[in-house]
Design a protein around this ligand. Structure first.
Ligand code: HEM
Length: 367
C-alpha cells in the first residue's frame, strides 16, 4: 500500500458538517446518562472515577515528536513545524467500573501533548495542550448521535434491571454501556462480556474513529506500534485469569527496561462523498487514502503506574476531545456530543476527589 498522501486531499469547508436543531437536547441526555454511571460508582466506592474507561493500566510520560520535512498537505496545525513536546498517555479499558482484568474488554489510549502553540478551540480556556482520544477499533458503532443515545439508554435500562443480580453480572452489564461507546453493537455484546482477546495492551493500534480538522484539511488519526519490541506484543496472549491487574503489570514489566515508540498517523479525507464527516459509523477506504506517519510518541523506561501517578494523571487530569487547537476541531455529530459529556465528567471528578482536575504545565510528574 502506498504511503504517500492522496493526490486530492479535500479542503475543510463549514458545510461538511450538518448540525441538527435538537442537538443540544441530545447532548444533554447523553451527558446525563454518562454521569449517572459515574454517580453510581461514586455511591458504591466513594471515589469519583470516569463513567467510561475507568480503569487505567499505564500512566505514561513521553515525548511527542513532529516529523521534519512533511509535505504541505501534512504540515498542518500542530504538525506545521517540527518540534518535540512533552506528552502524557493514559491506557485504559472501556468499562465504567474497575473490573478484574479477566473481564477482558476493549482498550483506549488518551494522549495529551503539552504546551502547543496556536489558536485555541475555546478562546477562554487556560489550557495549552492538545488531546487526542483513541480506542483499539477503527469503527464507531452508531451513525448518528441519536442512534448512539438510543443504544446507550437501552443498555442503561438493562443495567437497572440487573441490579439485583450477583455483582459480577451487574458490573459486566454496566460495562456494556461503555463498550457500546467504542465498538459496533454486534461485537459490543461479546466484547463487553469479557470477550475481547486476552492480549497485551501494548501491542494494540489505536484509532480516533471520528474526523477532526487537520488545518486546511480533514483527517482521522491513529497511533500504531513502531518499535519492534512493541510490534512483538501485537496479538500476544496474556493470561489475565489469575491476576486482577494483569494488564497493568504487563505494562509495568515492559517499561521496567524497554522503550516504546508509536507512530502517530493521519488519514486525509480525499472524497467528501465517500469519506463522510457526519456518518460516524463509516470507515474511510485506506486504499484511497492511507494512514501516513506525521509524528512519533516515545516512552522511555519508567514506573508506568504508581500511586503518585494515579493521583497526578488518573485523578488530576482529564483528556477531552475538545481540549486543543482550533486547527484540530473535532467534526461531526458524535464529536459535537462529546464536548459536554467530557466537561461534565471531569467536573464531577474534580469536585469530589481530593485532587482537582487541572491542565499540566511544564512540571514533570515525579517518577
Ligand atoms: C458520543 C460519544 C461519546 C461520548 C458521550 C463519550 C463520553 C466519554 C466520557 C464521559 C468519558 C469520561 C471522561 C472523564 O470522566 O474525564 C470518556 C472517556 C473516554 N473516551 Fe469517550 N465518549 C464518546 C465517544 C468516544 C470515542 C469515539 C472514542 C475514541 C475513538 C472515545 C474514547 C475515550 C477514551 C480513550 C476515554 C478515556 C479518557 C481518559 O483516559 O481520560 N470516546 N468518554
Amino acid at each position: 500500500m502506498t504511503k504517500n498522501p492522496p493526490m486530492n486531499p479535500q479542503l475543510y469547508r463549514d458545510d461538511l458538517e450538518t448540525v441538527e436543531i435538537d442537538e443540544p437536547e441530545t447532548a444533554r441526555a447523553l451527558s446525563e446518562t454518562m454521569l449517572s454511571i459515574a454517580q453510581k460508582t461514586y455511591r458504591d466506592g466513594g471515589h469519583a472515577i470516569r463513567s467510561v474507561h475507568a480503569k487505567s493500566h499505564g500512566l505514561l510520560e513521553g515525548e511527542f515528536r513532529v516529523l521534519d520535512g512533511l509535505p504541505p498537505t501534512l504540515a498542518q496545525g500542530l504538525f506545521a513545524k517540527t518540534g518535540t513536546y512533552k506528552a502524557f498517555a493514559r491506557l485504559s479499558t472501556t468499562p465504567g467500573d474497575i473490573l478484574h482484568d479477566s473481564v477482558s474488554t476493549p482498550r483506549g489510549l488518551a494522549l495529551k501533548i503539552v504546551d502547543v502553540e496556536g489558536e485555541r478551540l475555546n478562546a477562554e480556556d487556560d489550557s495549552a495542550s492538545q488531546d487526542f482520544l483513541m480506542v483499539n477499533g477503527k469503527q464507531f458503532n452508531a451513525s448518528s448521535a441519536k442512534a448512539f443515545l438510543l443504544n446507550l439508554k437501552g443498555l442503561a435500562a438493562t443495567t437497572d434491571r440487573a441490579e439485583g443480580l450477583k455483582e459480577v453480572a451487574s458490573k459486566v452489564l454496566r460495562g456494556v454501556e461503555s463498550v457500546i461507546e467504542a465498538f459496533g453493537s454486534k461485537s459490543a455484546s461479546i466484547m463487553a462480556l469479557g470477550g475481547h482477546p486476552e492480549t497485551n495492551i501494548l501491542g494494540e493500534s489505536f484509532f480516533a474513529q471520528l474526523p477532526l480538522r487537520y488545518g486546511d484539511y480533514v483527517a482521522k488519526f491513529a497511533l500504531v506500534p513502531q518499535s519492534e519490541e512493541l510490534k512483538a506484543l501485537t496479538g500476544q496472549e496474556l493470561d489475565l485469569n489469575h491476576n486482577p491487574d494483569g494488564l497493568r503489570e504487563a505494562v509495568s514489566d515492559y517499561f521496567r527496561s524497554k522503550t516504546a515508540v508509536w507512530e502517530f498517523q493521519v488519514q486525509l479525507c480525499s472524497d467528501v462523498e465517500e469519506m463522510s464527516v457526519e456518518d460516524a459509523a463509516s470507515t474511510w477506504d485506506e486504499e484511497k487514502s492511507p494512514f501516513i506517519t506525521v509524528a512519533t510518541l516515545t516512552v522511555a523506561p519508567q514506573p508506568s503506574w504508581n500511586r503518585e501517578r494515579e493521583r497526578e494523571i488518573n485523578d488530576g487530569m482529564s483528556f477531552r476531545p475538545w481540549n486543543g487547537l482550533a486547527a484540530h476541531r473535532p467534526l461531526g455529530s458524535i464529536m459535537r456530543m462529546r464536548k459536554l459529556a467530557y466537561a461534565q465528567g471531569a467536573a464531577f471528578r474534580s469536585q469530589r476527589n481530593p485532587t482537582p482536575v487541572e491542565e499540566p504545565t511544564e512540571k514533570l510528574v515525579s517518577a
